[in-house]
Write a protein that binds this ligand. Structure first.
Ligand SMILES: NC(=O)c1ccc[n+]([C@@H]2O[C@H](COP(=O)([O-])OP(=O)(O)OC[C@H]3O[C@@H](n4cnc5c(N)ncnc54)[C@H](O)[C@@H]3O)[C@@H](O)[C@H]2O)c1
Length: 255
């Protein structure tokens, strides 16, 4: 388990859920990991669990100053990342709605965090990767997309789906623009993955059965299901992969 030996990886939203599982797996694969989250307590807990190979960066991805400061601090500390997983996101269940009923404020909160926050993470990741002074060049940036960015997955998912489709487009454009600098950019599309994000579904037996019933492999995903593809894309095994979208969704998006 040393596929990421010598690499430093920053994972946003690593305080819990998919991001935490990915950060812990990266550390087991030999990487130093930056637990980047707006929840300082969750980030500290994750760092305490992982140990010396981890450090926290408390940031709000929707605030450019916060993101820029986090990258500057990492550079100053000798922790400039080779791998950045732009994973933090929200889904405002109970507020996101069919378009005629959707409040502008809910739309803005969703887009500000999911799409603008991912843009800001990618912007400062690319700047950091371009400005390294230690002779290393390039890097791997991985965005967390969603089946909702590909298919109509729920009538109420208007803002969330739009934010995720935007992320898929952002990844392709940035991949093409920086391929000549050996910066790879890919999107991972987790399927229905049981984390606190989807408690509104997982705690409702009827809603849960309906979504699991649409997954060809016949079960819900767990954060651990997403780790392997992230390791592949972060590692040199993924050296020829860029601008692509990798679904780990039990076959959900085949339907
Ligand atoms: N769970 C699923 O079924 C599923 C499916 C497809 C895609 N996704 C995506 O995967 C990613 C991770 O989701 P999860 O299920 O692990 O969610 P989660 O709610 O368990 O974790 C999200 C983390 O992001 C952090 N975060 C939220 N807003 C932030 C901000 N502005 N700045 C910094 N950190 C912030 C939270 O504090 C939290 O630690 C999200 O982008 C989500 O949209 C999830």
């Amino acid at each position: 388990m040393t596929r990421l030996e010598g690499k430093t990886a920053l994972v946003t939203g690593a305080g819990t859920g998919i991001g935490l599982a990915v950060a812990e797996r990266f550390a087991r694969e030999g990487a130093r990991v930056v637990i980047a989250d707006r929840d300082a307590d969750a980030a500290s807990l994750a760092v305490a669990t992982i140990g010396d190979a981890a450090r926290a960066a408390v940031l709000d991805i929707s605030d450019e100053q916060s993101v820029a400061t986090a990258f500057a601090d990492l550079e100053a500390a000798g922790w400039a990342p080779d791998v950045v997983v732009a994973n933090a996101g929200v889904q405002l269940f109970g507020h996101d709605a069919k378009v005629a009923d959707l409040d502008l404020e809910v739309w803005r909160r969703t887009i500000d965090i999911n799409l603008t926050g991912t843009f800001l993470t990618v912007k400062h990741a690319v700047r950091s990767m371009l400005s390294r002074e230690d002779g290393r060049s390039g890097g791997s940036i991985i965005l967390t997309g969603s089946p909702t960015g590909l298919n109509g997955e729920g009538h109420d998912f208007t803002a969330y789906s739009a934010s995720k489709a935007g992320i898929h487009g952002l990844a392709r454009t940035v991949a093409a623009a920086y391929a000549d600098r050996n910066i790879r950019v890919n999107t991972v599309v987790p399927g229905y993955t049981e984390t606190t994000l989807v408690t509104a579904i997982s705690s409702d037996p009827e809603a849960r059965a309906a979504i699991v019933g649409r997954i060809p492999l016949g079960r819900a995903g767990s954060p651990a299901d997403v780790e392997g593809i992230m390791v592949y894309l972060a590692s040199d095994d993924g050296a020829f992969a860029t601008g692509a979208l990798f679904a780990v969704d039990g076959g959900m998006t085949t339907l």
